[in-house]
Design a protein around this ligand. Structure first.
Ligand code: SAH
Length: 249
């Protein structure tokens, strides 16, 4: 695995031809790991036809049911979007994003780039699983690119930066604990939500944007497993002392 290799995740792709074109774009740029979340039709001969010399990427592609499954073991998730969202999220263009991605890869992190549906892109919920958003600065008269073209642009910037070789390969490799995976961060956020309800800080009837804001906060932090364990420990003790005081009454 070279240091710029990432997982490309396509969510609910409608046209198999686009999947083939994505495989070609990936292989042209030296990428190989493709994960498809509930594609409408796959395998499909239209995909093979459009992939031309990249049919091997399709053969090795993994199909899963949910985005959470596709990124469970990832440490850094980039969601791509053609438009702005209600709650602003850290957002970069492909060049700036490539820099962050390579830095993460150099410290041994698994990175996923997530691309949405042809007609509706990614849902807010899916975008909120992501640590960072990537927007290709397209013209405001027509902001959305074809799916495979978007993959091409993003993978091209990664390749250009890798070829430049300006990032030293051990930029951040010294760290004393493994970085937290998306799956463990999700589990922590569920535990946090439950605890916030128990202590009366979060009203499940009117949750507002509290969990979204907390999700964005933790997503910016690049947590490691040790830090996540500390946070989980604090929640567990909070719950214990809450139950103790409620049974003491
Ligand atoms: N109408 C949809 C556009 C979907 S285009 C929307 O508003 O989101 C299909 C996918 O291509 C998007 O989900 C995204 O992954 C990618 N894409 C298209 N244009 C993009 C852009 N300008 N910046 C980043 N990703 C883009």
């Amino acid at each position: 695995m070279s240091n710029e290799s990432v997982r490309v995740v396509l969510v609910n792709t409608t046209h198999p031809g686009n999947i083939g074109a994505v495989a070609r774009a990936m292989k042209n740029m030296g990428q190989s790991e493709l994960v498809l979340v509930a594609p409408r039709s796959f395998p499909d001969e239209q995909a093979v036809w459009r992939s031309v010399g990249a049919a091997d990427i399709l053969e090795n592609a993994t199909v899963v049911e949910t985005l959470a499954e596709a990124v469970a073991d990832c440490h850094f998730i980039v969601g791509t979007s053609a438009r702005g969202r209600r709650i602003p999220w850290p957002t970069l263009d492909p060049r700036a994003c490539a820099r962050q991605v390579l830095e993460r890869r150099n410290s041994g992190q698994q990175v996923a780039l997530v691309f949405g549906r042809e007609d509706r892109g990614l849902t807010n919920e899916e975008l909120q699983i992501c640590n960072l958003h990537l927007h290709i600065p397209s013209h405001e008269d027509y902001t959305s690119l074809n799916l495979a073209m978007a993959v091409q642009v993003v993978c091209y910037e990664l390749r250009m930066l890798a070829l430049e070789g300006s990032l030293s390969s051990d930029a951040q490799s010294e760290w004393d604990a493994p970085f937290a995976t998306a799956e463990n961060v999700e589990r922590y956020l569920e535990h946090l939500e439950q605890t916030l309800i128990e202590i009366g800080f979060l009203d499940p009837v009117a949750p507002r944007q509290l969990m979204t804001r907390l999700r964005r906060l933790y997503g910016r932090m690049n947590l490691d497993e040790m830090e996540l364990n500390i946070l989980r420990g604090i929640l567990t003790e909070t719950q214990k002392s809450l139950h103790k005081s409620s049974t003491a009454k």
